[in-house]
Design a protein around this ligand. Structure first.
Ligand SMILES: Cc1ncc(COP(=O)(O)O)c(C=O)c1O
Length: 392
């Protein structure tokens, strides 16, 4: 092991017994370069976060300009800061009227925490319903609504009154009652191999929630800003949530998240008590600047129009007897293989050949493909060739 690897492994807290140890020198567009100047085509994009490629010029320039003006000046919500209100307005311009008002956070998990608190304020109930195999983040509140017991069991007690239903199972919706505050759902489950919510399930969920005056929270932290071929995943479903959570790709590689609802709902956080939900760095001017530049870039460069075509190209090219199926939508694809040994072998050998792929948290027989939305057809062809060679 090199000195640097030793330092990294000893002094930096680890999350995984065998990390890939790619030592990043630089990253640009769809590529990451290591210190041997080896280039890796990136089919992971920082787990869906680097939505418009690495070091996008428009984002980098905007960030540099903002750094020269000011960085942190005050806790969230006190001062008028251009990057924050401009992003909030641009989001509102691209969302239904009932999702007009954004509260900015540092991360996806924090957006979930905020959404759960907001739901409790809106209907003064405590029960939160979540789906089996869901992932909403690693903080205690987000963990409480995670649909995987293995990841929760060491951390109990978690927040009370959280109940699990089965994703896409209509009978399961019976658990929603007039005691329920909110149901939290991913439009595409991100940790279990990109499983889409069925339209039928969402329609029935909506009906049940209307009857019982229950709020719908959509976790669009991984689907947001175009990854599924629409700006937000819920646009495929025609169902508008009461609270929308976004993060990851919204920052174009910079940390930011948001929970979004109507002005009336959001205004509840200003009183009884005042400052009932506060954050020091949430809505940081650099994150908001990056997100504003990212959203403008996506809107002004027809990025979303190209997603379906790119998905089709992936599906056309990735035909192999070892691929059982390809699930997911847009550039959020899961290669479902036959076993977990094969998954690890393919990811590791593709990396040796200069292609980055990744795993899923709750599904060890699938390979994650979430490239930057700006990936070119040529890059898709190049990456798929490497993948097919390593499947052989
Ligand atoms: C669907 C979903 N929700 C929530 C989160 C948590 O976001 P963060 O890691 O920014 O806390 C993630 C992260 O992967 C996610 O994919």
């Amino acid at each position: 092991m090199t000195d640097i690897t030793n330092i990294y492994k000893k002094y930096q807290a680890q999350t995984f017994p065998s990390p890939s140890l790619l030592h990043v020198k630089s990253a640009s567009g769809s590529y990451i370069k290591d210190y041997d100047d080896k280039e890796y085509l990136d089919f992971v994009a920082g787990v869906s976060a680097c939505s418009i490629g690495h070091c996008n010029k428009q984002v980098t320039t905007a960030v540099k300009n903002q750094i020269n003006k000011y960085s942190h000046v005050m806790v969230y919500g006190e001062y008028i800061q251009d990057p924050q209100y401009k992003l909030a307005k641009l989001l509102a311009d691209n969302l239904p009227e009932s999702l007009s008002t954004s509260y900015f956070t540092n991360s996806g998990a924090e957006a979930i925490e905020g959404a759960i608190k907001l739901a409790k304020r809106i209907n003064k109930r405590s029960e939160i319903i979540y789906c089996k195999d869901s992932y909403h983040g690693s903080t205690h509140g987000a963990l409480s609504v995670m649909g995987n017991e293995e990841y929760k069991s060491n951390y109990r007690p978690l927040i009370p009154d959280c109940k699990q239903i089965i994703y896409n199972k209509l009978e399961s919706l019976e658990k929603i009652t007039d005691k329920t505050s909110a149901v939290i759902v991913e439009t595409i489950q991100g940790a279990s191999g990109f499983i889409e919510a069925s339209q039928d399930f969402l329609n029935q969920l909506k009906k049940k929630c209307i009857v019982n005056n229950v709020l719908i929270i959509f976790d669009e932290i991984q689907t947001c800003f175009g990854r599924t071929g629409k700006l937000f995943g819920f646009e495929h479903t025609k169902i508008v949530p009461d609270i929308l959570c976004i993060a990851k790709g919204m920052g174009g590689g910079y940390p930011i998240g948001a929970f979004i609802s109507s002005w009336e709902n959001m205004n509840k956080l200003t009183h009884n008590p005042k400052l009932g939900h506060i954050t020091t760095f949430g809505g940081h001017p650099i994150g908001c600047t990056a997100s504003y530049a990212t959203l403008n870039y996506i809107l002004n460069n027809n990025i979303i129009d190209s997603i379906n075509e790119k998905e089709e190209l992936f599906r056309k090219l990735l035909v192999h007897k070892k691929i059982k199926s390809i699930s997911g939508k847009g550039l959020m694809l899961s290669l479902d293989l036959h076993d977990s040994i094969e998954t690890i072998r393919v990811v590791e050998s593709c990396m040796k050949d200069g292609l980055l792929l990744f795993y899923f948290l709750f599904n060890d027989s699938s390979v994650r493909i979430t490239p930057p939305l700006t990936i070119t057809n040529k890059e898709i062809e190049k990456g798929c060739k490497i993948l097919l060679k390593n499947l052989d």
